[in-house]
Design a protein around this ligand. Structure first.
Ligand code: ACO
Length: 209
């Protein structure tokens, strides 16, 4: 079994409510699709360019294939795919992907939350929960996050969580129909100190339950 998978993390309390993460489920289909179809404008500028129209890629019937692919990567130890919940309800996704072990022990993290819950600390809490877990039970040493320079809310999330900017990757990812520059943010376990959640609590941004 892949270290650190499966696991449920949290909850911790932030301004928006109680945030937890748990493995993605097949029965997330309805909430996942409903949220993403409604939130096309909120999500599409920041996500990898996909094949076909948004409404097809995010229909109820496209979830089972994505769920299967992510779960099989998770079983092979290459990914930790989570659903974010707020007060127990579906609120978005956070994924630790491209897990490489051996002497790299590194991965990336990516996330999105429903437009109905933004600006309440939900994404920052989810990043803190998942990165603490990646550095402890999952045994990783470095987590990287790449973000478009225009994505102010996501840059704020990474900064609040304690990530450090490492550089600018030119024409790095095919996002929203073109090759987009991305800042690279990263953190190694040595920089996580007492843990990201503990630091959010100390900063008054979160509370333990
Ligand atoms: N201008 C300036 N600041 C803003 C703006 C804005 N337009 N919108 C939000 N913010 C601030 C908020 O006030 C908050 O900062 P504060 O706590 O100092 O007040 C911060 O940005 C957001 O922090 P959270 O509340 O923890 O984050 P939230 O739950 O709102 O989620 C997220 C942020 C995930 C970026 C959300 O907006 C989203 O899903 N966006 C679309 C998808 C996306 O961009 N995903 C990230 C891709 S990059 C990656 O995955 C590494």
């Amino acid at each position: 079994r892949h270290p650190g998978w499966p696991a449920r993390l949290g909850p911790i309390r932030v301004a928006a409510g109680d945030v937890a993460v748990r493995p993605i489920r097949l029965r997330d289909a309805g909430d996942w699709s409903r949220t993403r179809l409604r939130d096309q404008e909120h999500l599409e500028p920041w996500e990898p360019t996909g094949p076909g129209p948004w409404r097809d890629r995010n229909s109820y019937w496209s979830w089972p294939a994505q769920w299967t692919a992510l779960r099989s990567l998770a079983r092979r130890g290459q990914c930790l795919p989570y659903t974010i919940t707020l007060d127990g309800e579906f609120a978005g996704q956070i994924t630790v992907g491209n897990v490489i072990r051996a002497s790299l022990r590194s991965a990336w993290v990516g996330y999105w939350v429903s437009s109905s819950v933004v600006k309440g600390g939900v994404a920052t809490a989810a990043v803190a929960l998942v990165v603490d877990h990646a550095f402890s039970s999952a045994g990783l040493h470095r987590i990287e996050a790449t973000v478009r320079p225009e994505n102010t809310p996501s840059i704020k999330v990474l900064t609040k969580a304690g990530f450090r900017q490492e550089g600018l990757f030119k024409r790095y990812l095919d996002v929203a129909g073109d090759w987009r520059d991305h800042y690279c943010y990263a953190m190694t376990v040595e920089e996580s100190g007492p843990g990201l959640v503990a630091r959010l609590v100390a900063a008054g941004r979160a509370e333990y339950l």
